[in-house]
Design a protein around this ligand. Structure first.
Ligand SMILES: Nc1ncnc2c1ncn2[C@@H]1O[C@H](COP(=O)(O)OP(=O)(O)OP(=O)(O)O)[C@@H](O)[C@H]1O
Length: 296
């Protein structure tokens, strides 16, 4: 009997609007013995609903889109009692997460990698009652990623994040909060905080790949303290570009859980998608929650 594949496609993701490469991917799935059901998303939340409501009846659930679509699909799959096999055809404007996983860039190659692949048990992050696949962050570089209009993001890709994120001292907004890891507590004013499972954040910040594992049940916590002077800001940016996490104002730790408490309005970004402020946010690692099919 044919295996069943649910193919969730965000038709608006990324720069190119041609469906031809996705058709090649569907042909590849069919050739590999899958009966393919295509689900086109029409707006925010659709990929989550499709994965949660339909995903349980499929052997393999694949999405085509950007980081936001992948996040939505994962959020839906996490609501199922048992997660089916999962695939990802990166087709967005930045595809940060796909780059971290070294997924093939063309839909056909990515489809081949899924049907010939083996499960890689990817950690998933929980942010109160939401989920993230590779990064939950707040602060300087975060605001930009969800305030940039989709059209600009498609046209500028990485640069939209960079230009918006790193202006000058006056444009940096410090957030007073308390960050607890279970072992340590950090308090003060931070311009940026991230809990990530990826080597690349919004295209600007690279974490040293040798220090990041996406299936180790741990996240990387990166906190940047508010610099006091423009010179401090410059040295902070320089330290991050050198991937030097020991400099003043930089906190970098491997953690399983993080709790962030604040009295301020502290909006978050989950895989580039907006999540509202909460006085207390608990971030947990769900080890190996997603069997992501890929060739390594
Ligand atoms: N038919 C649609 N029209 C408009 N927006 C949609 C549609 N379907 C889904 N969306 C929304 O599009 C948003 C962006 O999607 P996604 O992140 O996948 O693409 P991207 O922004 O091009 O890529 P990246 O995040 O990698 O830069 C998501 O929030 C998703 O909910």
């Amino acid at each position: 009997m044919d295996k069943k594949l649910l193919f969730i496609v965000n038709p608006r993701a990324g720069r190119t609007k041609s469906f031809a490469p996705l058709f090649d991917a569907v042909a590849c799935f069919s050739k590999a013995g899958y009966l393919v059901k295509v689900f086109l998303t029409e707006g925010r939340g659709d990929a989550t609903r499709a994965a949660a409501e339909l995903g349980g009846a499929y052997d393999l659930v694949v999405c085509a889109g950007g980081d936001g679509t992948f996040n939505e699909m994962v959020s839906g799959l996490m609501q199922l009692p048992e997660c089916p096999e999962v695939g990802y055809l990166p087709n967005g404007s930045t595809n940060d997460f796909a780059a971290s996983l070294h997924l093939p860039a063309t839909p056909l190659k990515a489809a081949e990698s899924i049907v010939n692949g083996h499960p890689f048990y990817l950690d998933v992050g929980r942010h109160n009652d939401r989920y993230f696949a590779y990064v939950a962050s707040f602060g300087a570089f975060t605001r930009s990623s969800y305030s940039v209009p989709q059209a600009t993001k498609n046209a500028l890709g990485h640069f939209a994040y960079i230009l918006e994120g790193m202006k000058d001292l006056d444009s940096l907004r410090p957030y007073r909060c308390r960050v607890e890891t279970g072992e340590e507590t950090f308090e003060g004013e931070f311009i940026f905080g991230a809990v990530c499972n990826s080597t690349s954040l919004g295209g600007i910040m690279k974490l040293d790949p040798s220090r990041v594992q996406m299936d180790d049940g741990a996240f990387e916590l990166l906190l940047l303290r508010m610099p006091k002077t423009a010179i401090d800001l410059q040295s902070l940016i320089a330290a991050i570009s050198r991937m030097d996490y020991n400099g003043p104002g930089v906190i970098f730790r491997h953690v399983q859980q993080v709790t962030v408490t604040t009295d301020e309005d502290l909006p978050w970004s989950l895989d580039g998608e907006y999540a509202p402020s909460a006085p207390r946010v608990e971030l947990r690692n769900l080890p190996g929650a997603i069997p992501l099919m890929l060739c390594r």
